[in-house]
Design a protein around this ligand. Sequence first.
Ligand code: NAD
Length: 257
Amino acid sequence: MSLQGKTAVITGSNSGIGLGVAREMARAGASVVLNSFTDRDEDHALAASIAEEFGVVARYIKADMSKGDECRQLITDAGGCDILINNAGIQHVAPIDEFPADKWDAIIAINMNSAFHTMAAALPVMRERGWGRVVNIASAHGLTASPYKAAYVAAKHGVVGMTKTVALETAQEPITCNAICPGYVLTPLVEAQIPDTMKEYDMSREEVIKNVMLKRQPSKEFATVEQMGGTAVFLCSDAAAQITGTTISIDGGWTAL
Ligand code: NAD
């Protein structure tokens, strides 16, 4: 599978799944644009290390995915966008009547609205170049719900709905739009949920992992960032040219239950 000559823009990619996807895109030969809201030396060093390891062009561009204009500017600054991976995301866990309104707004903005803005900016670029792939990193929570995750579940269901809509709008063009729905992947985002969940359920770390997180993941294993990246690369292949408007679950059987 070669993605040589393609430019992939991956939002929220200085960590976790986004970084894993960026690495697999680079391994397949794509130029990659990494992104987050920070502008640290280590962000740029990450891009430099990917460029060196895989022999591709790799850049880091700061843009805050909670701000619509910065989402759109990221696509402009990328100077080309054949592959768009909407991955930036945050989480907050609380019962709905205690859910802080600012957390609700931030989750909806970063996890859902950013995909609207980047897709709106990227589709004309893809049309001009005559080829495009959009892969939205949704979640098992785009298809099912869990208590205390109202904003996240709402945003991820929104992303799945938006994915279907964009697929229909591009159905007769050489552009596809799909969503990957991961179950639990052990990344910094998931690590950060462990202390709150330990408090919520009065459990140890091991009990939270086994009895709460992986309770709904029948394989009893975390999925990996490499599996996310490999699936994203597959969705960019010719074999996937007629796969559009759908979700691919990488959840160890979660949504089969
Ligand atoms: P992570 O915390 O490791 O990575 C999140 C990324 O988003 C980071 O690079 C962070 O810098 C970036 N980000 C956060 N706020 C941003 C902002 N305002 N602007 C730009 N970038 C921003 O988490 P992760 O687990 O790798 O999550 C990545 C995506 O995968 C998220 O959308 C998440 O909802 C989804 N997901 C994760 C899991 C899992 O189990 N880890 C499961 C299902 C879905």
